[in-house]
Design a protein around this ligand. Sequence first.
Ligand code: BGP
Length: 478
Amino acid sequence: MHHRQIKDFPADFLWGAASAAYQVEGAWDADGKGPSVWDTFTKQPGRTFKGSNGDVAVDHYHRLEEDLDLMAQMGLKAYRFSVSWPRVLPAGRGAVNEAGLAFYDRLIDGLLARGIAPVLTLYHWDLPQALQDEYGGWEDRRIIADFAAYCGVLYQRFGHKVQHWVSLNEQNYNLTNAYLLGTHPPAVQDRRRFYQANHHAFLANAQAIALFRQTVPKGLIGPSFAYSPCYPSGSSPEEMLAFENAEEFTNWWWLDAYCLGRYPQAALRFLQANGEAPIIEPGDAELLAAGKPDFIGVNYYYTTTVTDNGLDGQTLQRINTTGQKGTTPSSGVPGLYRTTPNPNLATSNWDWAIDPTGLRTGLRRLTSRYALPLFITENGLGEFDQLTADEQVHDDYRIDYLRQHLLACQAALQDGVELLGYCAWSFTDILSWLNGYQKRYGFVYVDRDEVAVRSLRRIPKDSFYWYQGVIARGGRDL
Ligand code: BGP
């Protein structure tokens, strides 16, 4: 579909940028914070790129005012950040750490004072280590009540100031890494445990939303999903069936549970036949039904192209964490699908397909299936950046990526998608969970690498000034 006229972005569109606590804050044990599973995991040898961790990260905790001023200079309308659960509840539940909450007071008040809407993510993977030790974290149903209690603390404290809330960030990506690939804590590889942990996360998400309805009646809440729309490699019936399998197992499994309160039928049957389906208890369906979101948070980076995969075929493989282009192997589930490169698409150095039209297609699919407002809570390009001798970063490749994806958003608006906002990933450079500091995403360069913390100086990149202009023009003339 080619449109002759293109719709403007809405006047109240949330032009934003995003981050996550563990990736920016540092101050990992300051002012009474308890350890998270990432504090522990990153210190085990061989887990992350060059042993990088978030002990200091980009020291946002201590450079809050400077970072807030940069956001104001850019003209951001929204800033998405996450709260560190163990900073607020060092043992995961029970005693509240007032000093931890005070940091988020300063952050939220600082944003509001600068006219920037806070978008608060309740959980971006930094589970309190105490709950992992006590009962295995997401593998135990006790997590449902503990997560709700933690959320309740934040609803009480910030419910009158924060309108937009994200419940769980990328449950699909995080738990796939944690329980299938063994690349996030607790580094398990077990399909049955994977589906059970996910089931508890769906229930925890629903419980948190149900509580939100009582405490923050005027707010909006939804999960952020790592959404990679699938393409079939070709149009043979086998390839089309593999495509349906991939959509059902990598997208609808999560989104149907969040938005419809049930699992997709064929996927559930497949798991039951393999003894991998989650144990569903009486009352679970009712809880899922009581915790439907107001919007779907969309974290979009790439599309995935799939083909058929025999019963003795390709298994799930780890992602590229080196930035050596072309080293990502095919990955899949035997009997269902496997990934294959898409010859029509260029890729980043980490082999992520660059596909703005895939974003438009994805937004339309979500709108058709769920009829909910959408909020792009992450989108961006991770690349090697070069700081020039005169302290500049000419990231024209990033400007091009973001521009194309914003044009795709505009086309989706024209298609009838309801889009609340767009948060680019990320505001400053940050710690990439498995890729250290070399895979940069920020509008603002930060002077550090995996080995040396260096000056941590903030240097706006070319993309910073470009996005400043986009926001000032309300997205006109992209
Ligand atoms: C998402 C996460 C972010 C961020 C981003 C980029 O999955 O929600 O926290 O890390 O991806 O990923 P990466 O740093 O691996 O390139």
